[in-house]
Design a protein around this ligand. Structure first.
Ligand code: GLN
Length: 431
C-alpha cells in the first residue's frame, strides 16, 4: 500500500508564506556559529532606565491585564513624543493604541480597516508580514517596486516610478502600506515622494498605513524623516505605526503602537481586542519611562549605528559588493553579483544560495531579500545586512568577510568588468 502523505494542516491563506526568513536565517546562523547580521536585533542590552521602571512595575504588583488600549502613562508618553516630533496633536485615549510590537500593529491596522475584495498598495521590497496581513484580510496587494537609481553616483539609493505608483491605485484601493525609513533598502522617503503618495491617497479616498518604526534612525548625511501624516490632507486618513524596540534597543519587549484619527482608531482597536487584547503591563511602564526621558539613548544609538553603517558599507565595497546607500533604518543592501559571479559556483548565484554559503563558509549571516518581493526573482541579486550591533561585532563580521578574498580568483580585468549587476540587467544592458 502506498503510504498516505501527511497533508499540511496550515490554512490555505497562510500556507503560501512558509516560515519567515528571519527565523530561518537566525537558525542557520546559530547552527554555523555565524555572526548574525541577518535578523535585525541589537546584540546588547537595552537602557537601564527602562529596565528599572519595568522591574519597579513588577515589584509594585502590576501583574494583571493592562487597559486594552494601553497603560495610561504610556499612551500619554507616546502622544507627547508624537507632538514634539511632528507638531500634530494626539489625544492619548482617543488616538493611540498600544500593541504587542509593531508586528501586531500591522495586522491590527490592516484587519481593522481593510475588507475582503479591497486592494492595498504595497511598496516592495516589503517587510514580509505586510503581504501575509493583506492576504489575511482577504484583500489583494498591488505592488510598487523600489529600484536602484541609475548608477551615476557612487552609492545609489532606491526610487519608485511615479507612473507605476499612479497605476497601482484603482477604484478598489482601500489603503496604501508604506514604510519609511524603509526596511530592507535603508531608503528614507523624501518629502516630494510622500507628496505624491498623499495626493493619490486623497484623490482615491484611501487610508495610509505608515510604518515608521525606524523614525529615529536616520543619519547625518541623509534626508530627515518626514511623517506621512503631516502632509496636506493626510492627518485624517493616516495610521502611523511605531515601536519601542527599534529606537531603544528593546526588540524583545514587544511594545508598539498605532496613532490614528478616532474613526481609524476604532478599526485598529476592533482588531487589536481580538488579536492580543492588551500588551504586557510591566513592559508598558518601562516603555513609558524611556519614551519620556530617553533622548540620550536615541542619540547614542544613532551615532553607534552610523559608525557601524560606515564601517560595514566601506568593507563590503572594498570587497567588490555593489553597496547601496543606507540613509536610515539599521540595514544596508548590496548587490552580491560582483562577488557571486566570481565565486564560479552555481549554488550561490541567487540570494538564498549566496546567503546560505556566506553563513556556512564565511561565518556571517545575512538576509536574502527575495522573501520581500512579490516576484522573488526581483530580489535574487541582493543581500541585506543588519548593522544594529556592537562595534566589536561589526569588526568581527568585517574580519570574517575578508576571508572572501581567498575564495575569489585573481582579477584579470578591472572590478565589475564582467559583471551583470541588477541595475545593468534592469536597463537591458549586459556588461
Ligand atoms: N524587523 C526585523 C528585521 O527586519 C525582524 C523582525 C522579525 O524577526 N520578525 O530583521
Amino acid at each position: 500500500m502506498t503510504p498516505v502523505q501527511p497533508t499540511s494542516q496550515v490554512s490555505r491563506t497562510l500556507s503560501p508564506f512558509g516560515t519567515t526568513i528571519f527565523a530561518e536565517m537566525t537558525q542557520l546562523a546559530v547552527r554555523h556559529a555565524a555572526v548574525n547580521l541577518a535578523q535585525g536585533f541589537p546584540d546588547f542590552d537595552g537602557p537601564q532606565l527602562a529596565k528599572r521602571a519595568a522591574i519597579d512595575a513588577i515589584e509594585a504588583g502590576h501583574a494583571q491585564y493592562a487597559r486594552m488600549i494601553g497603560v495610561p502613562t504610556l499612551n500619554e508618553a507616546i502622544a507627547h513624543a508624537w507632538r514634539a516630533r511632528t507638531g500634530l496633536e494626539a489625544d492619548p485615549d482617543v488616538n493611540i493604541t498600544v500593541t504587542s510590537g509593531c508586528t501586531e500593529a500591522i495586522p491590527a491596522s490592516v484587519l481593522g480597516v481593510v475588507s475582503p475584495g479591497d486592494e492595498v498598495v504595497v511598496f516592495e521590497p516589503f517587510y514580509d508580514s505586510y503581504r501575509a496581513c493583506v492576504a489575511l484580510a482577504g484583500a489583494t496587494a498591488r505592488f510598487v517596486r523600489l529600484r536602484p537609481e541609475a548608477p551615476r553616483t557612487r552609492r545609489r539609493g532606491f526610487v519608485f516610478d511615479p507612473v507605476e505608483l499612479r497605476r497601482a491605485f484603482s477604484p478598489k484601493t482601500r489603503a496604501v502600506l508604506i514604510n519609511t525609513p524603509h526596511n530592507p533598502t535603508g531608503k528614507v522617503f523624501t518629502r516630494s515622494e510622500l507628496e505624491q503618495v498623499a495626493e493619490l491617497c486623497v484623490r482615491h479616498d484611501a487610508i495610509a498605513i505608515c510604518d515608521e518604526v525606524y523614525e529615529h534612525l536616520t543619519y547625518d548625511d541623509a534626508p530627515s524623516h518626514v511623517s506621512l501624516a503631516t502632509m496636506p490632507g493626510m492627518k485624517e486618513r493616516t495610521i502611523t505605526l511605531g515601536s519601542l524596540g527599534k529606537s531603544y534597543n528593546l526588540t524583545g519587549w514587544k511594545v508598539g503602537w498605532a496613532i490614528a484619527p478616532e474613526n481609524l482608531t476604532k478599526g485598529v482597536r476592533a482588531a487589536h481586542q481580538f488579536l492580543t487584547f492588551a500588551t504586557a503591563t510591566p513592559m508598558q511602564h518601562g516603555a513609558a519611562a524611556i519614551i519620556r526621558d530617553g533622548r540620550e539613548c536615541i542619540d547614542a544609538t544613532r551615532s553607534l549605528f552610523q559608525r557601524n553603517r560606515d564601517a560595514l558599507s566601506a568593507a563590503l565595497e572594498a570587497l567588490g559588493f555593489d553597496v547601496f546607500r543606507s540613509d536610515g533604518t539599521y540595514f544596508v543592501m548590496a548587490d552580491h553579483t560582483p562577488i557571486s559571479v566570481r565565486l564560479g559556483r552555481d549554488d550561490v548565484r541567487d540570494d538564498r544560495g549566496f546567503c546560505a554559503w556566506l553563513t556556512r563558509e564565511i561565518g556571517v549571516a545575512s538576509i536574502p531579500p527575495s522573501a520581500f518581493y512579490s516576484e522573488p526573482d526581483a530580489g535574487r541579486s541582493f543581500v541585506r545586512f543588519a548593522y544594529c550591533k556592537k562595534e566589536s561585532t561589526i569588526a568581527e563580521a568585517i574580519a570574517r568577510l575578508e576571508k572572501l578574498r581567498h575564495h575569489l580568483p585573481e582579477r584579470a580585468s578591472p572590478p565589475g568588468a564582467h559583471v551583470e549587476s541588477s541595475t545593468l540587467r534592469e536597463r537591458g544592458i549586459s556588461a
